[in-house]
Ligand binder design. Structure first.
Ligand code: ACM
Length: 765
């Protein structure tokens, strides 16, 4: 048989099977069978009606059928052998959250060890139904049927979580409930709420009312407020807090969806909101005086007894509201600066025989742990709690990388993995232009999907301490729910699959195929998800004949990339990428992936052919290891960097040194101008250079300055153009030196620190 005809023949089978069992996260085992089960008002549901938790687990099924299909599955009916759903708890299943879902033409059977497993079987069943099942009004002319299938499923990890920071920006309770609903659909079971930070205290305390009067409201704008806690003339109040009653209601709402809410109270640092409310909990200066408030509002609590009395009381109130077995007590990013001079902290160190700030921090965390343990709960802390010795029963949340997680697992402590590179959803998710402002970084959907929470190198025994992975949404740059949704979805869906699905069943192309269907459900809930589903990558290289060749990658089959070099042509009707192509003139490359004729991801890049592209270069000082994604040659590779961000593949960053690069032309070349761009973003400590110098040499040793110009500080943030000209000259070596701004002036963020210098393409003509 002709191969193509053979493939065509198979397609309906593959296509159908894929369509029939499109579940996110992918179950551990799926076997499709022939036939369908049709739901009707005659369908009877048999289960133990005395089990309240089981009723809770089945509730979404009953509710959705009542709303969208208009019939009540939950009503007690005579057992029908023609259309029966039968649910039974079965203690023989080994995993508490496991389920078996068997769908035959006349009978659906659900088996699970606990109601949680039944809840997850229901989630899978709902995803097998037409998307209209998610509507809350009656839908006409829908066949409410599901394909026959045998599913055996259990999560890979017991901890499947998302963290929402409600301190930097207050998030409305309705949004948190919507998020809980969405996480439950993805079979996630933990919501970690970051309730306090320097920018706001969001937990109602009955004992310490000033936390709500002062700590819950900051003076500042709702955006970019990380560093502007202090009031400024003309600022308005921003903030809010949750009452204990509201939080208890939220805990119940989550528990009904088999989600545990883990509260986090920051300590010993990130606590300006508490210290502004109760300044007596701050350190003293070296002379024994309290720092004046608010000029020197501190980040860290003093380690005196009163602080522990305060925190024990707060934690008691927290534990009364949140039944979670885990209480998160943070422990991250404490500078410990004031502790070094505060006489009370010094006294504490002497009394306790502590030699370093790390050991004092460890004392702090252990003392808090003892209290939390005394109430029958355990602490979680960020990986800095390893410093100075880990508290005996602590669980570590590894965020600065994976090393903290490895160390803790080796010490036989439980670990939750949240490394920034894969799990920080406040990072950008694409290099494409036009993204809403993010904190930095780049965590694409395929990157998150690729994550394996068990670090290589752990023994089988050590790996058992890895409880699972969590995605974190810090909200410094996320003032409202719609933006939170944009950052959380679809990355949290990829993470749900990381946490649930066995590694052997993970496959990115298959995930995208299921995801694009699943997103139609999120459309019903009006979720503002991002459409950056791929990481479309552009690489260029020079052939022997000095032709610039472009390669596109990052999109797995069966998806394909359309691209055009002609900005006037719509990319949706342009060529399909099949092999590297040459760039013959400066242009804008647009590349996109389409699904059902709609663009689902798009990347745009300006390409400039100029005299330095592909020439040999050298750099006197290498770029920072954090900002060198495009490699040392990114300044002469023909690609322009992003107009509004410096963290892409094309900007290179230096801190504390010059940009000092030399181009060695293969043959003598006439040069007379340099066009380039430097990035300016004082909010991030990024400043344009002070002065730029161009030198020429015949031998690469003796250089003569041909042009030099100071750069003015631009009025606005972003990519700032810069041009330098000189009398046309035969050039063998061209050296460009950009001297950084130097110390950041007072009144600007990070004043006194060395400014970062970011360099785009050096276009030489
Ligand atoms: C953190 O991101 N500071 C835990």
């Amino acid at each position: 048989m002709n191969r193509n005809i053979f493939l065509l023949f198979l397609l309906p089978f593959f296509g159908r099977a894929q369509q029939l069992a499109s579940i996110v996260p992918e179950p551990a085992s799926v076997t499709m069978e022939n036939g369908r089960f049709v739901f009707s008002s005659a369908t009877s549901v048999q289960f133990h009606r005395g089990d309240r938790e089981l009723i809770t687990a089945l509730y979404p099924l009953f509710l959705k059928f009542k709303q969208a299909a208009g019939f009540d599955l939950g009503k007690k009916k005579k057992k029908s052998s023609l259309s029966l759903i039968e649910i039974r708890l079965d203690s023989r299943l080994t995993n508490d959250e496991a389920y078996r879902l068997s769908i035959k033409p006349n009978r659906i059977s659900i088996r699970a060890k606990t109601p949680a497993g039944v809840f997850y079987a229901v989630q899978s069943l709902l995803q097998l139904l037409p998307v209209q099942i998610e509507e809350n009004t009656k839908q006409e002319n829908i066949s409410w049927s599901v394909p026959c299938v045998q599913i055996e499923d259990a999560p890979r990890f017991g901890y499947r979580g998302v963290m929402l920071d409600v301190a930097r920006h207050y998030m409305p309770l309705d949004f948190i409930k919507k998020l809980i609903d969405l996480l439950a659909m993805q079979k996630m079971n933990r919501l970690h709420l970051h309730l306090t930070d320097s920018q706001g205290w969001r937990f109602e305390s009955k004992k310490y009312p000033k936390l709500m009067q002062i700590g819950a409201y900051r003076k500042g704008t709702p955006l970019n407020t990380t560093y502007d806690y202090n009031s400024r003339p003309g600022d308005s109040l921003y903030g809010g807090y949750y009452t204990q009653k509201q939080l208890k209601d939220l805990v119940k709402y989550a528990a009904d969806r088999f989600i545990t809410i883990i509260p986090e109270i920051e300590m010993p640092a990130h606590s300006k909101s508490a210290l502004a409310s109760y300044p007596e909990l701050a350190c003293l200066d070296s002379t024994g005086k309290r720092f004046a408030y608010p000029e020197h509002i501190q980040d860290e609590y003093c380690t005196k007894d009163e602080t522990f009395e305060f925190l024990d009381t707060i934690l008691s109130e927290v534990m009364d509201v949140f039944p979670s077995p885990y209480i998160h007590i943070a422990g991250d990013e404490a500078s410990k600066v004031n502790w070094k001079t505060c006489p009370l902290c010094q006294k504490r160190m002497k009394e306790e025989g502590l030699r370093t700030g790390e050991e004092l921090q460890s004392y702090f965390i252990r003392r808090i742990e003892k209290f939390v343990n005394s109430r029958g709960r355990n602490i979680i802390g960020w990986d800095e709690i390893l410093q100075g010795g880990l508290a005996p029963n602590a669980t570590v949340m590894s965020w600065t990388g994976i090393e903290g997680g490895i160390k803790a697992a080796q010490q036989k402590h439980n670990v939750i993995m949240t490394p920034g590179e894969y799990c920080y959803f406040d990072h950008y998710q694409t290099n494409a232009p036009g993204e809403p402002v993010a904190i930095g970084g780049l965590t694409t959907l395929p990157k998150t999907y690729s994550y394996d929470p068990v670090p290589a190198g752990l023994t089988g025994d050590e790996a058992k301490y890895i409880l699972g992975a969590q995605g974190n949404l810090w909200t410094e740059f996320i003032p409202e729910p719609s933006k939170a949704e944009y950052m959380l979805f679809p990355r949290s869906i990829a993470l749900a699959e990381v946490d649930w699905t066995p590694v052997s069943r993970k496959d990115y192309a298959g995930f995208i195929s299921r995801l694009t269907r699943y997103l139609k459900r999120l459309d019903v809930y009006q979720v503002n998800y991002s459409r950056h589903l791929f990481e479309i990558r552009l690489n260029t290289s020079l052939t022997q004949g000095s032709e610039l060749m472009a390669t596109l990658s990052g999109v797995p089959g069966p998806y394909q990339i359309h691209y055009t070099l002609d900005g006037s042509k719509p990319v949706s009707s342009s060529s399909l990428y099949s092999r590297p192509f040459s760039i013959r003139k400066s242009c804008t490359l647009t590349a996109a992936v389409l699904v059902d004729h709609q663009i689902i991801d798009l990347e745009k890049k300006s390409l400039v052919l100029h005299k330095a592209v592909g020439q040999q270069i050298s750099l006197q000082t290498p770029p920072s290891r954090y900002y060198n994604k495009g490699g040392d040659t990114a300044w002469v590779n023909g690609h322009l960097g992003n107009d509004d961000r410096f963290n892409d593949d094309d900007w290179l960053g230096w801190n504390g040194s010059n940009f000092d690069g030399t181009i060695h032309f293969a043959s003598t070349t006439q040069t007379s101008t340099l066009h380039t761009r430097f990035f300016h973003e004082p909010a991030s400590g990024v400043w344009v250079p002070k002065i730029v110098t161009v030198q020429i040499s015949d031998n690469g040793v003796d250089f003569k300055t041909v042009a030099e110009k100071k750069m003015d500080v631009p009025a606005n943030a972003g990519a700032a153009p810069f041009t330098l000209s000189w009398p046309e000259a035969d050039t063998k070596y061209l050296r460009i030196i950009a001297s950084p701004y130097g110390a950041i002036p007072s009144g600007s963020p990070d004043a006194g620190d060395d400014a970062w210098l970011f360099v785009d393409e050096m276009i030489v003509e």
